[in-house]
Design a protein around this ligand. Structure first.
Ligand code: HEM
Length: 419
């Protein structure tokens, strides 16, 4: 581990340092320091527009719930200033990303209604057999790897993408392309994943590829609807008008991306936690009734979404710190989910933790649309894996993705024996 942090100023800058998220111990040291000494902290970091870092559970929750004061537009995600500028330019031209996470009510409410039924409890019950079948297929695949593999590459990266792309209704032949494009989108801050060239240009080129692919999909589903989520998006009407090509494409992008790397990271990080806490793995094996609380604890533990942002609509204050209209706050989910005021022994991985009031899915009107799906996928995978895992251990050091947005383990080398 690198040197100890000396100040809240340095700790605050970690939140705008993608590499800081590759060293969990140091990151949590920084977040704990901020919670203790400076829970609402102005951060000025090279290459980023200034923002306020909010690290306490109560403050994150309060901001998330007040969707009139705290707006998602125009800055829902922390990006380098030049990427912000490039995305703004695209939006101004009408060919940029405009998704649920970029919009506020009433527009957000209308957009959310288009997809909501596809993620309802009823829809989840209908999807469950397919998810279980895929979970079984991926655990079977582990058996074919002869007792050693990179769990991220062989299982965690593919299974959630396959679920989400079948819900959208994309052909299996397009899965490799989608895997590459979604990983490219979230890998912009990581040297091993970024496309060549300047960061803003790389970002623009990934987006152009994604939007191009989905534009064709919209045209195809308008010509011939096929009863899948993609057809629902292509043929949706807002105020009596169809979505523009760019807005429809944005919708697919948010579903494909939000539904993928988040769950991938949780499944990989969840297995890593079980490997590092063999007593918890044993508990789960002996009591499958703990699956739901174990999945919830994995989601809290990993917190794969590192942050979303909100911008103040009016002058206000958080925990007594004045924040002016137009200034942005960064809501740190990994920090809220280790808050000592809310969680008993927050650094203990406990598959039976109840209650577990984590904020990994956010709160308020933007509360994760796919939370039910994510829970079902994680539970289905571990329901298949845990009983069959006779032995498991690390087979090398895992590596984390450099990111300030969505991510987790990018490799998890394991050795194992299956029953
Ligand atoms: C463990 C896995 C997941 C985590 C931790 C997660 C986390 C989040 C978070 C933090 C937000 C923003 C909430 C806010 O601003 O208050 C969000 C929004 C969203 N998530 Fe997830 N997510 C996960 C899986 C999924 C899945 C499987 C899907 C499926 C498509 C999905 C779709 C979405 C969508 C569409 C939104 C935007 C909702 C809105 O703005 O109204 N997520 N998610």
């Amino acid at each position: 581990m690198a040197t100890t942090l000396t100040s809240a100023e340095e700790a605050g800058r970690c939140l705008a340092t993608p590499a800081a998220y590759t060293d969990e111990a140091r990151l949590h040291e920084a977040l704990a320091l901020l919670r203790r000494e400076s829970p609402v902290r102005r951060v000025e970091a090279d290459g980023y527009r200034p923002f306020w870092a909010v690290t306490r559970h109560a403050d994150v929750l309060e901001i998330e719930r007040d969707n009139a004061l705290w707006l998602s537009a125009p800055r829902p995600v922390l990006r380098r200033a030049e990427v912000d500028a490039a995305l703004e330019a695209h939006r101004a031209r009408g060919d940029g990303l405009k998704t649920l996470v970029h919009t506020d009510d009433p527009e957000h409410r209308e957009l959310r209604a288009i997809g909501a039924d596809w993620f309802s409890p009823k829809a989840m019950r209908e999807l469950q057999p397919r998810v279980r079948e895929l979970a079984r297929r991926y655990v079977d695949l582990l058996a074919e790897h002869g007792g050693r593999c990179d769990f991220v590459r062989e299982v965690a990266a593919h299974y959630p993408l396959r679920v989400i792309l079948s819900l959208l209704g994309l052909p299996e032949s397009d899965f490799p392309l989608m895997l590459r494009l979604t990983q490219d989108l979230f890998g912009q801050d990581d040297d091993s994943r970024r496309r060549g060239g300047e960061e803003a240009a790389a970002h623009t080129s990934v987006l152009a590829d994604l939007l191009g692919y989905f534009r064709e999909l919209t045209a195809a589903r308008r010509a011939r609807p096929t009863g899948d989520l993609a057809s629902a998006i292509a043929n949706a009407r807002v105020d009596g008008r169809p979505l523009s090509d760019a807005d429809a494409a944005s919708y697919y992008v948010i579903i494909a991306t939000a539904g993928h790397d988040t769950t991938t990271s949780t499944i990989a990080g969840g297995l890593e936690a079980l490997v590092r806490h063999p007593g918890e793995l044993r508990r789960l094996r002996e009591d499958p009734g703990l699956l739901a609380s174990a999945a919830e604890e994995m989601i809290r533990w990993v917190s794969p979404v590192k942050a979303f942002m909100r911008t103040a609509a009016a002058d206000t204050a958080v925990r007594g710190t004045p924040i002016r209209a137009g200034e942005s706050v960064l809501l740190s989910y990994p920090s809220a989910n280790r808050d000592e005021e809310v969680f008993d022994d927050p650094f203990r991985f406990d598959v039976g933790r109840t209650p577990n009031r984590h904020l990994a899915f956010g709160a308020g009107v933007h509360y994760c649309l796919g939370a039910g799906l994510a829970r079902m996928e994680i539970q289905a995978l571990f329901a298949e894996l845990v009983p069959r895992l006779a032995e498991v251990g690390l087979d090398g050091e895992p590596a984390w993705l450099a990111t300030t947005f969505v991510g987790g383990l990018k490799t998890l080398p394991i050795r194992y024996a299956l029953r």
